[in-house]
Design a protein around this ligand. Structure first.
Ligand code: NAD
Ligand code: DAU
Length: 348
């Protein structure tokens, strides 16, 4: 019987993964380990917190002692590691935080898994959730494949690349079965409002200036978060170990085009005069080391496992904007940091 440790489950992608596993696999034990940093929020999971197969542990992946207690307590059979510092701009301000959590934390988890699984290591799985940013940047053409060499450009992507190398090295050296998937930009409900899409929605709704870095022509490949969670589910259950998969949305957008699209949907939805939200756009100083273009070749996961994104962007972005319009209180609480009060009331 599987007892799966999902780390970072109170974050943006993590809550969708935890919810999916808790609801779809009642026979599994799902342990959500999260340090509840500024990006983690248990309010994201209120709908499943009473489920019989769901357990929450507030802990950091940097703490070996607690990791060992949790592996022992729940007899952990598999790990899906999403815990990370995830924002590129913060990594530019404070690179070491990213080394600690993303690199050292991942190695602490790997060490713990190796220690507890050593007698029957081939029966277990360490699944590392990684990013397309490890590949660096593309020019006008081309796609990242699983064979593209790693060439990270930001402290965030360097830390994720390093973690991936450690995961692979534990596979080679200690025969720890692993899978790594490298995904493109996710969007959807519960994304922390420091990231482009929720930041633009929040600022436009509140008629605040909308910052667009550089010339606004940087390109990202956007995937609806529930499609990523579905891919993780499929990879976890169907992939052979020692494999890497790229996951993407077949959905490239220049930043300025996405910002303009959000502006027109918000004007329409809130009955504002045409083009009024566009007036809020401000071109600001570029992000240092700003990758120009990401685009994923996701043909391998399609061919081998039959995965394709299910959510058309036009539908996903409307759903996302409506979700944020209906959850302005969620955003406000996060922005104010008052979600910590919820945790105190609920668990302490
Ligand atoms: P997020 O910042 O929303 O969530 C990260 C979660 O990890 C938070 O709940 C936080 O509390 C927790 N956490 C941070 N440090 C921790 C620690 N030391 N110990 C335990 N928990 C800790 O991030 P996200 O956008 O949901 O990304 C999740 C994972 O997916 C990350 O590994 C990220 O690199 C990867 N990823 C993200 C995207 C994207 O577009 N957001 C795309 C590809 C890959
Ligand atoms: O590609 C996957 C990655 O996508 C994940 O690994 C990261 O965890 C995730 O944060 C995301 O990284 P990006 O840097 O691409 O996402 P972000 O939302 O920060 O920015 C998207 C684009 O928008 C990028 O080109 C920078 C730009 N941008 C961002 C912000 C926050 C702006 O122009 N203005 C802004 O205020």
């Amino acid at each position: 019987m599987k007892s799966i440790l999902i780390t970072g489950g109170a974050g943006f992608i993590g809550n969708h993964v935890v919810r999916r596993f808790v609801n779809n696999y009642p026979q599994y034990t799902i342990v959500n380990l999260d340090a509840l940093t500024y990006a983690g929020n248990l309010e994201n999971l209120t709908d499943i917190q009473q489920a019989k197969n769901y357990f929450f542990e507030k802990a950091t992946i940097l703490d070996t002692k607690i990791l060992e207690q949790i592996f022992e307590k729940y007899r952990i059979t598999d790990v899906i590691n999403l815990a990370a510092e995830s924002h590129v701009d913060r990594s530019i301000l404070s690179p070491l935080d990213f080394v600690y959590t993303n690199v050292v934390g991942t190695v602490q988890l790997l060490n713990t898994a190796k220690k507890f699984w050593q007698d029957d290591i081939s029966k277990h799985l360490f699944y590392q959730i990684s990013t397309d940013e490890v590949y660096g940047t593309l020019g006008e053409t081309g796609l990242f494949t699983e064979q593209t060499p790693y060439q990270p450009n930001s402290p965030y992507s360097a830390s994720k690349a390093s973690a991936d190398h450690f995961v692979r090295a534990f596979g080679e050296t200690f025969h720890l079965p692993y899978i790594i998937s490298n995904c493109s930009n996710n969007y959807g409900p519960y994304q922390f409002p420091e990231k482009l899409i929720p930041l633009v929605i929040h600022n436009m709704v509140n008629q605040k200036p909308v910052p667009v870095y550089g010339d606004g022509l940087n390109t990202r490949d956007w995937l609806y978060v529930e499609d990523h969670a579905a891919a993780i589910d499929l990879v976890f259950h169907k992939s052979k170990p020692y494999k890497t998969y790229n996951i993407g949305g077949h959905n490239e957008w220049k930043n300025i085009d996405i910002v303009n699209l959000i502006a027109s949907i918000i004007d329409q939805t809130l009955n504002r005069p045409v083009d009024s939200s566009k007036q809020l756009i401000r071109f600001v100083k570029d992000r240092p080391g700003h990758d120009r273009r990401y685009a994923i070749d996701a043909s391998c996961i399609q061919k081998e496992l039959g995965w394709l994104p299910q959510t058309q962007f036009e539908i996903g972005i409307h759903k996302t904007i409506n979700w944020y319009l209906n959850h302005e209180d969620w955003v406000q609480k996060i922005v104010n940091g008052s979600y910590q009060d919820y945790y105190q009331t609920q668990y302490l």
